[in-house]
Unconditional design. Structure first.
Length: 345
């Protein structure tokens, strides 16, 4: 009997799951699968807008997706653009369950129901309640108002339920499902609707409880300069630093790609706040990123900063030999890094 028990234990050991895990599921809108939706997995819920996802991929013709991931806990999001008469509708949604637990050698299942975050499309939540308010303190056309479910301490990242741009008078309208929300207004000096907040940008938040039948009148959002001590900022090492890495960003054909930012990470998963950020690549695709000190770095490139990678955006990464990163010594000028990017679809 002992040899049978030993054999059973040996077989169990040999068949135990190893390697990466997977998450698979469907992306739907109005009860139908959405093809070519971009599905992305993040390692944390309070996303830094400048950080790329751990893994991403498109849905198939039936709206099905499958991502391979290291074991861990992930928050999965999807986005897509669909055509409607006279306009395009940009959809987004978070997978349920949230988060998704991925075990080595196992497959987890998740489902994403997309909605129209503008609050004005036909995909507004069933039974949605109109929330109306006003933004002050910046040109309305340059402001974005986001509605984050609950009471997050720092309402940032793509976890918002709806978003809108105020009209010329600063008035906005959102359509939300009943519940507690944090409304956040953002004005960025760059004029972009997304991106890491920086000193000189303006922010405002207010809490609101959404109850039917509505409309719900939200308190005014008074934009004020952000406090870096509270919000922090994307780390950008000074050009006076004596440690840097440089190279080129190209497409798959080896052609230089201009206008992309290169981000340096100390985490091989390339999650969390980057250690350094370059200026945009020049017409020859060249970049130089000033590093805060010696260490091992992983490099990513994006055509824009802020939010998950959008369809059509150029992204790429350089993880070093065997994905072990690039070792940079104190005062070293590391050269020859080549990041190949491709358009995400």
């Amino acid at each position: 009997m002992r040899w049978l028990l030993g054999l059973a234990l040996l077989l169990a050991a040999c068949t135990s799951p190893e390697g990466p895990g997977r998450v698979q599921g469907t992306v739907e809108w109005e009860g139908r699968g959405v093809p070519a939706a971009l599905v992305q997995a993040y390692a944390r819920p309070d996303l830094d807008p400048s950080v790329p996802p751990v893994a991403e991929g498109p849905t198939d013709e039936e709206g099905r997706f499958r991502l391979e991931l290291p074991p861990g806990t992930y928050w999965v999001w999807a986005r897509a653009t669909v055509d409607r008469p006279g306009r395009q509708v940009r959809l987004r949604g978070q997978a349920e369950p949230a988060p998704v637990s991925v075990a080595a050698g196992r497959t987890a299942t998740a489902h994403v129901a997309l909605s129209d975050p503008s609050g004005f499309g036909s995909s507004a939540p069933a039974g949605g309640v109109s929330v109306e308010g006003e933004v002050r303190g910046a040109p309305p056309a340059e402001v974005m108002v986001y509605a984050y479910p609950g009471r997050p301490e720092r309402p940032t990242g793509p976890g918002f339920a709806a978003a809108a741009t105020p009209d010329a008078e600063g008035r906005y309208r959102l359509v939300l499902a009943p519940g507690p929300y944090t409304l956040a207004a953002r004005w960025r000096q760059t004029g972009e609707s997304h991106g890491a907040l920086k000193p000189g940008d303006r922010v405002a938040e207010t809490a609101v409880e959404v109850k039917p039948p509505g409309p719900v009148a939200a308190p005014p959002l008074e934009l004020r300069p952000l406090d870096p001590a509270v919000w922090g900022q994307t780390l950008r090492a000074t050009p006076a630093a004596d440690t840097w890495a440089e190279g080129t960003v190209t497409d798959a054909a080896g052609r230089p790609v201009a206008g992309l930012h290169v981000l340096a990470f100390t985490d091989p998963r390339m999650v969390g706040k980057p250690a350094a950020l370059s200026a945009p690549t020049d017409p020859a695709g060249r970049f130089r990123v000033y590093l805060p000190g010696p260490g091992r770095y992983w490099f990513g490139a994006r055509s824009r900063l802020g939010g998950p990678a959008e369809p059509g955006e150029k992204v790429g990464a350089f993880r070093g030999e065997d994905s072990t990163g690039v070792e940079v010594a104190e005062g070293q000028h590391r050269q020859g890094i080549r990041i190949e990017v491709e358009e995400m679809w």
